[in-house]
Write a protein that binds this ligand. Structure first.
Ligand code: SAH
Length: 357
């Protein structure tokens, strides 16, 4: 098993191993497999980063693990809190000094942690700051989990109620690590975030949506829709050339059926691009055939990235027009959420995550 034997730099990285992988690891080093459950619980429930805290492991075993293995895959660098909304942005770094960002978005009774799955992003969506910074690497399952660990230690584990895979990167292009991190969150032994409270957002990698549906993880799925027309969608999201809207809609319809969940369609409002009468009509038609709700997102400025070309021309739909757009959707019995901008003042709003470090 490659992941068990990959060493960082000479040691084995335990963070990110699933329950089954940890059981196998202990069997391989000549220990009983229930040690896997114990270590799983320490790492993912107690959020422990120190073998010496793990008092139900013998001293000898703790020493052996200290010599051979590592527990932390990500480290705190900095954080910033928006005075306007309480949104908190974290800057973390990987062992190879890559910088990533995660964001906590407080709402009335819940706080949602938005985590990244890649350093940068290869997709080049024209409205997204992360796309403008290019792609650096896939995060490991441990690096994905450790964003939760570090944020929970800072903010309070009980206060984080939901997780969204909506930070930097395209989760379905980092499929194995993303799925392993979801498997870790979905175990009963893990700190209280159930799959139902986790949403994965994708720009639309149709075959991977189908594969995720087959895994029965029961996480919620959001599709970054942004236009119901193939040509317009391709102009703002080049990945649409490879996986068409039609393929993606078939895939999410399958996901909704298979997991018995509703799909969220994310829709960034771009002036004169996707806020026209025909866009409304197409959205209404689409909502009739896929069990879904729509998440309207006001377009957040990319000015901090000094965009050029088409990206520089994009403008937000004016607020009054968003309101009438939303009202028409609601008049047609569609469930619509409007994600008012949170954290714009600290460049932590949707699509603004891009590393300035
Ligand atoms: N790659 C995934 C997840 C990251 S983006 C995806 O595409 O879904 C998370 C959400 O923020 C997506 O819906 C994305 O389209 C949206 N987004 C990106 N840039 C934005 C911007 N400038 N303003 C508002 N939302 C944006």
């Amino acid at each position: 098993m490659n992941r068990l034997t990959s060493k960082i730099p000479e040691k084995i990285m335990l963070k990110g191993l699933t329950l089954d992988e940890l059981r196998t690891f202990f069997i391989e080093i000549g220990e009983p497999k229930f040690r896997g459950e114990q270590l799983f619980s320490w790492m993912y429930n107690n959020l422990s980063t120190d073998f010496d805290e793990m008092l139900n492991l013998s001293k000898g075993l703790r020493n052996k693990l200290k010599e051979q293995a590592e527990l932390s895959s990500l480290f705190f660098v900095d954080s910033e809190t928006s005075l306007e909304t309480g949104t908190k942005k974290f800057i973390f770094k990987t062992r190879e000094d890559h910088i990533i960002e995660s964001v906590i978005i407080p709402e009335d009774k819940r706080s949602t942690l938005c985590i990244s799955t890649q350093v940068g992003c290869p997709l080049d969506c024209q409205f997204c700051a992360t796309g403008l910074m290019g792609y650096k690497k896939n995060l490991s399952a441990g690096e994905i989990f450790d964003q939760y660990l570090l944020a929970a230690k800072d903010y309070g584990k009980d206060k984080i109620t939901n997780i969204v895979y909506m930070g930097m990167g395209e989760p379905l292009l980092n499929f194995d690590a993303t799925v392993n991190s979801l498997m870790i969150f979905s175990e009963n032994l893990t700190a209280g975030i159930s799959s139902k409270k986790i949403t994965l957002s994708t720009a639309g990698i149709a075959p991977k949506i189908v594969e995720l549906a087959e895994m029965n993880l029961k996480v919620k799925l959001a599709l970054s829709l942004h236009s119901c027309f193939e040509d317009i969608r391709t102009s703002i999201m080049p990945i649409n050339k490879k996986y068409s809207l039609k393929e993606n809609l078939d895939a999410v319809a399958y996901y909704a059926k298979k997991t018995d969940t509703k799909i969220t369609f994310e829709y960034v409002m771009l002036k004169d691009i996707n806020d026209r009468e025909e866009d409304l009509e197409a959205l209404i038609r689409l909502s009739r055939y896929i069990p879904s709700k729509i998440n309207i997102i006001p377009f957040n400025s990319l000015k901090h990235m000094n965009p050029v070309g088409f990206s520089a021309e994009l403008e937000p739909t004016p607020k009054h027009k968003i309101e009438s757009f939303v009202q028409t959707l609601r008049d047609n019995d569609i469930t619509v959420m409007v994600r008012f901008t949170q954290g714009d003042d600290i460049a932590a709003a949707c699509g603004q995550l891009a590393v300035k470090y």
